[in-house]
Design a protein around this ligand. Structure first.
Ligand SMILES: Nc1ncnc2c1ncn2[C@@H]1O[C@H](COP(=O)(O)OP(=O)(O)O)[C@@H](O)[C@H]1O
Ligand SMILES: [Mg+2]
Length: 300
């Protein structure tokens, strides 16, 4: 990762605080005013059970947007609709103006998706894993090696790239997953619980890489988490989700200010939902990561 290649102005803070639209953060052709994602009145049901209940969201280009809520809130289901894997029963979703139902393939090409359950293959090297995704996502043969090397470098994995993934730490596996999701140069990076199962140091490390990447590429990031401090530190704006509905949306600072000068995001969540977020999803490292790996399914 180099500081020289940057589209972002140096004044841009670590999380782009106070600049939710990422204005000036994109050197690219995108229209600054357009939304990266619009979810308009979206509902999903598993049988009788309404997992997502008339949810509306608008995510601005260049921002890091957090969907916060405890297990079962409907975060993953929302993300799976957004990534075209599930079809909403009411409402409509667009990604950079493209309808997820009508033009699913176009939407998929714009998205890098890191699912909640990990899917790196431990019996391959890091580089081989990323190459696999490059082929899966139709990264043109010409320049593919460079794109793979760039994605690995962006996640700080150049040195261990040719080692088997079974020798990686949990944090390295997660960064490898990010490299896989990055290899098709997505406009929107979707991360479902990107740091679940990682220790605090590995979590901070993953976030440092995501933040640098975002500053460099002006990418829009949508992430889910139930780690409040993480959302507070790294998200420009968050939506608080509880039992399938969005209860509040805003910058972490604005939401906290509604409760008082000393308020934490956790207290804000309790205020709006009556629920709590601090249930822990099993901690653990590479063993959990490996167990979860095989069950993951991806776009493509
Ligand atoms: N495949 C499924 N079949 C039936 N119910 C499901 C399925 N996936 C999720 N659910 C239910 O939908 C609700 C939302 O789940 P999910 O979107 O995974 O929440 P989160 O990601 O916030 O933990 C939960 O009540 C969950 O039990
Ligand atoms: Mg989930």
């Amino acid at each position: 990762m180099s500081d020289r290649t940057t589209d972002a102005p140096p004044a841009q803070g670590p999380a782009g605080r106070g600049n939710p639209a990422g204005r000036g953060n994109r050197g690219g052709p995108g229209r600054a005013a357009a939304n990266a994602v619009i979810c308009d009145d979206v509902t999903y049901r598993f049988g009788e059970h309404t997992a997502v209940n008339h949810v509306s969201l608008a995510i601005l280009p260049g921002e890091t947007f957090g969907l916060l809520g405890p297990n079962g809130a409907g975060k993953t289901t929302t993300i799976r609709m957004l990534t075209t894997l599930l079809r909403p029963v009411t409402g409509r979703i667009t990604v950079f103006g493209v309808d997820t139902t009508a033009q699913a393939m176009r939407v998929r090409r714009m998205i890098g998706y890191v699912p909640q359950l990990l899917s790196a293959d431990a019996s391959l090297t890091g580089r081989e894993n990323v190459e696999l995704f490059a082929r899966l996502f139709d990264v043109p043969r010409r320049g593919r090696r460079e794109r793979v090397a760039e994605a690995l470098a962006a996640m700080g994995l150049t040195d261990p790239a040719d080692r088997l993934v079974k020798t990686y730490s949990g944090g390295m596996v997660r960064r490898l997953e990010l490299a896989q999701a990055l290899v098709n140069a997505p406009r929107l990076l979707v991360l479902d619980e990107p740091t679940v199962g990682l220790d605090p140091i590995a979590r901070a490390d993953v976030w440092e890489h995501i933040t640098r990447l975002r500053e460099r590429a002006g990418m829009t990031v949508l992430m889910t988490t139930h780690h409040m401090e993480e959302a507070d530190l790294y998200c420009d704006r968050v939506s608080l989700m509880h039992r399938g509905t969005v209860r509040a949306t805003g910058t972490p600072d604005a939401l906290k200010a509604m409760l008082g000068p000393e308020a934490t995001l956790d207290e804000v969540f309790r205020h709006f939902t009556g629920g709590t977020l601090d249930e822990e999803t099993g901690k653990g490292g590479i063993r959990d990561v490996r167990q979860a790996r095989r069950t993951a399914r991806r776009l493509g």
